[in-house]
Design a protein around this ligand. Structure first.
Ligand code: ADP
Ligand code: ADP
Length: 229
């Protein structure tokens, strides 16, 4: 997977004060880089730039040595997979949800991704896996399980970079652990960039980038940031 380099990025929505001013940092391959900061800091805007929904006014975003502005948008969105905060699952089974995202996926690839996202038990022993649908039978996957299913769908397409906007909802400790393990598995194959809302994610990240009012206030490990306070 590539190193993601954000260098001197400026961005402003029309008629607004700048959303990002001179943002620079590097996200290493096979590592977790956590973006933290208050609402309005520019985290979502940065994710939009990473997917080329908008273009920086100044600065650049590179995958290794390649400026994403030189790549077709389709290729950028294939290489960088985005999992939104409240990703919706489709009605149907876990396996149907996975195959919808990656119709060509083999059974072995599905097994691998189910293992990585700690969802094996929802398919084991059942031909298609548990039904995820909300209906007369009620919700059969919890919020944490649905978020892992969304990550599984993204990973099945074998992206270079996983962009994860972590959900804010409460998770019980089992789901919290499963999410940690899922993100760690993703970081074995991808460059992981996440908008972190959970303390456990922040403490486990390899690097933290603190954004405030569109600027990088600090970067470093959790420990180095705690020590410098
Ligand atoms: P965060 O994700 O950290 O909460 P955002 O990237 O959503 O921050 O917002 C950064 C700044 O850009 C804020 O001042 C916000 O009001 C503004 N902003 C975000 N999206 C839009 C938009 N679509 N149009 C205009 N301003 C926006
Ligand atoms: P496309 O033109 O590629 O079909 P969409 O507008 O349908 O793009 O969005 C594709 C995905 O990207 C959706 O999951 C959507 O929630 C997400 N997305 C849209 N706008 C943004 C943004 N500004 N930042 C991050 N993700 C976004």
């Amino acid at each position: 997977p590539p190193t993601v380099t954000v260098r001197g990025v400026h961005f402003q929505y029309a008629d607004r004060s700048p959303a990002l001013t001179g943002v620079s940092f590097t996200a290493r391959a096979r590592a977790q880089t956590a973006l933290v900061g208050p609402s309005g800091a520019g985290k979502t805007t940065l994710f939009g730039l990473l997917q080329r929904f908008y273009e920086p006014e100044q600065g650049e975003i590179r995958l290794d040595d390649v400026d994403i502005a030189t790549l077709p948008r389709g290729e950028v969105r294939r290489r960088l997979a985005y999992v939104e905060q409240d990703a919706t699952t489709l009605s149907g089974t876990v396996r149907q949800n996975l195959l919808y995202s990656a119709p060509e996926a083999t059974d072995a690839e599905i097994e691998e991704v189910l293992h990585a996202t700690r969802l094996t038990e929802f398919v084991a022993g059942l031909p298609q896996g548990l039904d995820t649908s909300v209906g007369s039978r009620g919700v059969t996957l919890s919020g944490g399980e649905r978020q892992r299913l969304a990550i599984a769908r993204a990973l099945l397409r074998r992206p270079d970079v996983l962009l994860l906007d972590e959900a804010t909802g409460q998770l019980d400790s089992r789901n919290e652990q499963a999410l940690r393990a899922t993100i760690a598995s993703a970081a074995e194959q991808c460059t992981v960039l996440l908008i972190a809302h959970r303390l456990s994610t922040i403490t486990e990240a390899d690097q933290i980038v603190v954004l405030e009012q569109g600027q990088v206030r600090a970067t470093g490990s959790h420990q180095s940031l705690v020590d410098s306070d």
